[in-house]
Design a protein around this ligand. Structure first.
Ligand code: C2O
Length: 385
């Protein structure tokens, strides 16, 4: 799918020569709001075994779909890559005019749309329209670790060991079981890692200080720096003539969100020489080949199943900002409200759905809510430093 304004066109990637996603012959239908709220998103770390198994089963089925199905896991990951590796351009004759769903006010709504269709597909695959995408609750002390549900290569299923569909081998193994650092981009290299401890006590001062630092980061993102101004929290207006970069990101994108991508992704500063196009490598925005790192690079991030639970939490923090922190609906600008994208829906009989930013400002119109949506008490709302 494409289209934020009529100037955007599909292309052939100039670097790899790969064609961009083919123009689809499918008819495009307009999004219709869901009639009722049937899905309640919950934190990954609180899922009971029954729901853990459901999540794994749904992702396993999505991974089992043929790659040619636009709702297969491979195709879903490719959609994210298409929107950040220069596959769409404002101007097809210019290499340097990529359209990107990051670095601007498009970031929050595009990712909300993207995981909404992902969630629907998972529910459809297990015939459960109450299936809600669990979120990685890294802003709460009990969720400040790469979720164990995603962390092992295999799972025990009534005595039989099976592949864990939520696992990804290209993660930073040394970060498993460690307390996350929501400000890792500003942490000096070599700072010791702290083992995660769900039952840490107030007396464990070093641990508590690190937890509180994470809470302060989220407070800054949501309240102090992000504030009620949509430009600081959601991102700056997208202008095709101006290069968007870190400076045009809102705090929802630039702070904990980016930190957790880097935290989960594998640290491979110098890709091995064997990593090139055709054997797992891909040419990134920066003109170099990346490999063996999914979450750490925008182009490959969607290949890690944790991406979607990570983004469910980003989405939740946007929702909290809108409904509990005076952020409200965000921008009034028509360029934002009317921006539309096209997504695939329904794996059994794929169709294309056109959805606008104004369609996604209230999650109940998308049929989902968050378990703690009404709560005025998030741990980061009153950090103690
Ligand atoms: Cu499209 Cu977390 O990035």
């Amino acid at each position: 799918g494409e289209k934020i304004n009529s100037k955007i066109v599909q292309c052939t990637d100039p670097n790899t020569g790969f064609p961009c996603p083919p123009p689809s012959k499918l008819k495009i239908v307009d999004f219709t709001p869901e009639r009722s709220v049937t899905r309640c998103r919950r934190p990954v770390h609180k899922l009971v075994p029954e729901f853990q198994a459901k999540y794994q089963e749904a992702v396993r089925k999505m991974k089992d779909l043929p790659e040619s199905n636009p709702l297969s896991f491979t195709a879903q990951a490719a959609i994210h890559q298409a929107y950040c590796d220069g596959h769409y351009r404002y101007d097809p004759t210019k290499v340097d005019a990529p359209f990107d769903v990051h670095f601007s006010w498009i970031f929050p709504p595009w990712h909300r749309m993207y995981i909404y269709f992902y969630e629907r597909t998972l529910g459809q695959l297990i015939s459960d329209d109450t299936f809600a995408l669990p979120y990685w609750n890294w802003d709460s002390p009990a969720g400040m670790v790469i979720p164990p549900l995603f962390a092992t290569a295999r799972v025990n299923n009534s005595g039989r060991s099976k592949i864990n569909p939520l696992y990804d081998q290209y993660r930073n193994q040394s970060h498993l079981g460690k307390l996350v650092d929501l400000d890792v981009l500003n942490t000096p290299q070599g700072t010791p890692l702290i083992p995660f401890n769900a039952n840490a006590k107030q007396q464990d001062q070093k641990y508590m200080a690190a937890v509180n630092k994470n809470l302060c980061t989220v407070y800054q993102q949501q309240v102090r720096v992000g504030g009620p101004d949509p430009r600081s929290f959601l991102g700056e207006k997208l202008c095709s003539e101006v290069k968007n970069d870190r400076n045009s990101q809102g705090t929802l994108e630039s702070m904990a969100h980016t930190a957790m991508h880097v935290w989960v992704g594998r640290a491979t500063p110098t890709p091995p020489a064997t990593c090139s196009a055709g054997n797992g490598g891909f040419l990134g925005h920066d003109g170099t080949y990346h490999c063996e790192n999914d979450m750490g690079y925008l182009g490959t991030a969607g290949r890690d199943p944790l991406f979607y639970s990570h983004h469910a939490n980003v989405d939740r923090l946007w929702n909290i900002w809108s409904t509990n922190l005076d952020g409200g609906n965000g921008f009034k600008d028509k360029d934002w409200l009317n921006a539309s994208f096209v997504f695939y829906d329904n794996y059994e009989d794929p169709q294309l759905v056109r959805i606008k930013v104004s369609d996604v400002l209230d999650t109940t119109r998308l049929g989902y809510t968050y378990e703690d949506a009404k709560s005025k008490k998030q741990p980061w709302m009153s950090p103690t430093l």
